[in-house]
Design a protein around this ligand. Structure first.
Ligand code: GUE
Length: 277
């Protein structure tokens, strides 16, 4: 049997801890989520983030803009939130509609409030390993591995996917923990040859069921970051049926990395509130 990396349970523990700390401090950190347009998946995520924030004693501020907003309209909202002392964290939900310049919008967020860890200042801090807010999904992957005491130093980690949002920062965090890290991507030839070397394999390619049994060394720890809606429900980037009993440990979809991402967003907001990083 493969161990299930139960992100839902680990995330619940993190949220419990935050709730206690926040209530004991008598403070009210504020998380602002900016949603531009009406992508139905984004609607659900934004609602869940607001709920999660309130459940730990944070104030949730939701700013909605129409689908046909211009970059300047979104920038104006971000600037207002930058100046608002009740707002400690700002998240601009991605993807943004066509016609809104994502890079300009993200760069407008004050790094001290960049709870998504997506500004160039935050990315630079990650590369330099200086204090800064780390991207939520990569941070969640690390906390999930730590919760199960997965050894990283000296071991071989392989990340499938090189996105600025997930793959690349995850590789950097693994590297900072002294893993030997490889990154696979859409142009990699015979990627399974490299993947099969992994003690820890992170699937963040954005391709349903890409990672099959022949990609995985027996006993390896496999983290599935993918989330795809199909007729048969949610599937990840991992073909979990073929890995069951073969992988040493496996994160489920749903109930794995997704809930960890939200827990890390709350952790980052609490860190931003306290102003120490
Ligand atoms: N600026 C920005 N930051 C993000 O962090 C960000 C974003 N934009 N855009 C979209 C992606 C996606 N994302 C998820 C967060 C939680 C779950 C999650 O909680 N999933 C649950 C429920 C799944 C379900 O039922 O839909 C689970 O996996 O168990 C999933 C996906 C954050 N994202």
């Amino acid at each position: 049997m493969s161990t299930i990396l139960d992100g839902k349970a680990v995330a619940a523990r993190i949220r419990e801890g935050l709730k206690t700390e926040i209530s004991q401090s008598g403070s009210e950190p504020g998380l602002a989520v900016v949603l531009v347009g009406n992508d139905p998946a984004s609607e659900i995520y934004v609602r869940n983030k607001g709920k999660a924030a309130r459940a730990v004693g944070m104030r949730s501020i939701e700013q909605r803009l129409p689908e046909d907003s211009r970059t300047e309209d979104v920038l104006a909202v971000v600037k207002e939130l930058n100046e608002d002392p009740a707002v400690h964290g700002i998240l601009v939900q991605l993807p943004l509609p066509q016609g809104v310049d994502r890079r300009r919008v993200i760069e407008a967020i004050r790094p001290e409030k960049d709870v998504d860890g997506l500004t160039q200042a935050s990315q630079g801090a990650l590369v330099e390993m200086t204090p800064g807010l780390r991207p939520c999904t990569p941070a969640g992957i690390m906390d999930l591995l730590d919760a199960y005491h997965v050894e990283l130093a000296g071991r071989r980690a392989v990340v499938v996917g090189r996105s600025a949002l997930v793959g690349l920062p995850t590789a950097l965090l693994l590297l900072s923990r002294h893993a030997t890290v490889s990154i696979l991507h859409s142009r990699s030839e015979e990627p399974w040859r490299v993947a099969r070397e992994a003690d820890v394999l992170v699937a963040a390619a954005g391709r349903p069921r890409l990672v099959t049994r022949d990609w995985v060394k027996p006993g390896a720890v496999v983290v599935d970051v993918g989330i795809h809606r199909t007729e048969n429900g949610l599937v990840g980037d991992v073909d979990r049926e073929s890995l069951e009993g073969h992988a040493g440990a496996l994160s489920p979809v749903p109930g794995g990395v997704g809930p960890m991402t939200i827990a890390e967003l709350l952790k980052n907001t609490w860190t931003a509130y306290r102003g120490l990083r």
